[in-house]
Design a binder for this molecule. Structure first.
Ligand SMILES: O=C(O)c1ccccc1NCC(=O)[C@H](O)[C@H](O)COP(=O)(O)O
Length: 273
């Protein structure tokens, strides 16, 4: 069996990303990005915003701006990042996640800028980080937080990219899907641990992933349950194990009125002590 035959979706996305970054480096040298990153206003404080919303509403939602995905195809044909960002904020979101990958998610870097300029809440650049160049690029675009997927990086790469992001004052969401990845994530500095309920190798989503990993996470870490969350019952199920911060994309993106969808979700979940 050759490598291509066994490659997962995540492998294919990361391989493509490495090619794109190599091209991008020759189009836009790192010196230019470093300058733009220095000129940005300070990051908005991603984890702090989640904490404030948990104190205020009982829940901290990271609502995602995602036009399409490998698992679902086109999710939202009528796609206006700035309108979605404003509506999410009005609905009660703590933070935004904006997909900037073009080939697999039909996102763009411009989507991030448009969304962030349209609201006051912090924004995660949701992309597949494979090179330190992309961390500087994220800050140059104005991102307040980046995602590092443990499954696609070595320990050395994780440490290096985390250090660059923390050096800029950005937050870093470290994403894991199983026990081995969690063990590696816990060696890093960032307190933000995202448990992805979606298995990126087989594209299956199961909320039991969060339930299985939460007991293994020491106090002091901030847990975010990601993917496959749909209704108030899912939030209450997670609250039963102490998880009150969530990253939600598709279930909200499919609703015509995302402001109302967030309000209904939060009201339905109630305030759980
Ligand atoms: O969503 C996908 O199909 C996907 C495929 C391959 C890699 C990553 C993928 N999703 C990224 C995400 O982490 C989700 O967009 C995010 O957690 C929100 O999930 P959902 O609420 O299920 O849209």
């Amino acid at each position: 069996m050759n490598a291509t035959a066994t490659a997962t979706v995540l492998d294919r996305i990361c391989a493509e990303k490495r090619k794109q970054v190599a091209e991008q480096k020759s189009r836009r040298p790192i010196q230019e990005l470093l300058k733009r990153a220095q000129d940005q206003a300070p990051p908005r404080g991603f984890a702090a915003s989640l904490d404030r919303k948990v104190a205020e509403l009982g829940w901290g939602l990271i609502t995602e701006i995602k036009k399409a995905s490998p698992s679902a195809g086109i999710i939202r044909p009528d796609f206006k990042p700035e309108l979605l960002a404003r509506a999410y904020q009005r609905g009660g979101a703590a933070c935004l996640s904006v997909l900037t990958d073009q080939k697999f998610f039909q996102g763009t870097d411009a989507d991030l800028g448009a969304a962030r300029s349209a609201c006051d809440i912090p924004v995660l650049r949701k992309d597949f980080m494979v090179d330190p160049y992309q961390i500087v690029e994220a800050r140059a675009l104005g991102a307040d937080c980046i995602l590092l997927i443990v499954a696609s990086l070595t320990d050395a790469e994780l440490g290096q990219m985390e250090d660059i992001a923390l050096g800029y004052g950005m937050d870093v969401l470290i994403e894991v899907h199983d026990e081995a990845e969690l063990e590696r994530a816990l060696k890093l500095k960032s307190p933000l641990i995202g448990i992805n309920n979606r298995d990126l190798k087989i594209m299956k989503t199961d909320l039991a992933t969060t339930e299985r990993l939460v007991p293994l996470i020491p106090e002091g870490k901030i847990i975010v349950s990601e993917s496959g969350l749909e209704g108030p019952g899912d939030l209450r199920r997670m609250a039963a194990i102490g998880v009150k911060r969530f990253l939600i994309g598709e279930a909200l993106m499919r609703r015509p009125d995302v402001e109302q969808a967030v309000k209904v979700l939060l009201a339905g979940a109630g305030k759980v002590e």
